[in-house]
Ligand binder design. Structure first.
Ligand SMILES: [Zn+2]
Length: 214
């Protein structure tokens, strides 16, 4: 599996272009904006078909490129959790309204929930619902690789003070990720990548030390 990261938009969102080299199929995770850089990265990836546009949650800084990417690749399936599908049509839920951004209403092609899995070429993608940042935040597991959105970051976790955020849910979600079997390379929605083992050792939220201070 080949992974390329590009950073898009003023909030420096990580967008990942993933290719299953055995099948040639591709996926774009969190197309924050539809830019020349994204178009070039998809073309340069060598994918023979864009199969999925996977969304870790519905905030505007992760989804504003979806409409145009889907228009360019109509066969690509837009995937989001049930609880965050509303963000594709509500600028209040996506927070686009808060920052004065335009958003073309969209719909998902596939809604996912906790424990779901689906095929991506030769890879089985597993969905873990990790609410807290938003009710429909998910992590996508590709073998030993995790795309953690705005739930788990290197040494910290996502905000819970935004509209639809929930601190108690975030706490449970971070603990849930810590309890997964084995190690994962973690690619978050913002900032640098990490590993689950490193977070188990050093992330104050995963070690549950920080919660009592909040
Ligand atoms: Zn977010």
């Amino acid at each position: 599996m080949k992974i390329n990261k590009i950073v898009l938009g003023s909030l420096q969102t990580n967008c990942y272009i993933v290719v299953d080299e055995l099948s040639g199929l591709g996926a774009v995770i969190d197309p924050a904006l539809y830019t020349t850089e994204l178009i070039e990265a998809v073309k340069a990836s060598g994918m023979t078909k864009l199969q999925y546009i996977l969304l870790t949650h519905g905030h505007s800084d992760h989804i504003l490129g979806v409409y145009d990417l889907k228009k360019a690749y109509p066969e690509a399936m837009v995937v989001i959790a049930d609880e965050d599908e509303i963000c594709l049509s509500s600028t209040q839920c996506s927070l686009a309204a808060d920052i004065g951004l335009e958003q073309t209403p969209m719909h998902a092609d596939k809604l996912v929930g906790d424990g779901d899995s689906f095929n991506f070429g030769t890879i089985t993608v597993k969905v873990i619902l990790t609410p807290g940042h938003t009710p429909g935040s998910v992590c996508y597991l590709f073998d030993n690789t995790m795309f953690s959105g705005d739930t788990l970051f290197c040494r910290t976790c996502g905000r819970t003070d935004l509209f639809r955020g929930n601190l108690t849910d975030m706490q449970s979600s971070i603990v849930k990720l810590g309890k997964l079997q084995g190690d994962y390379i973690v690619y978050p929605g913002h900032g640098i990548s990490t590993t689950l083992d490193a977070e188990r050792k050093t992330n104050r939220f995963m070690r549950k030390i920080e919660w009592s201070l909040l």
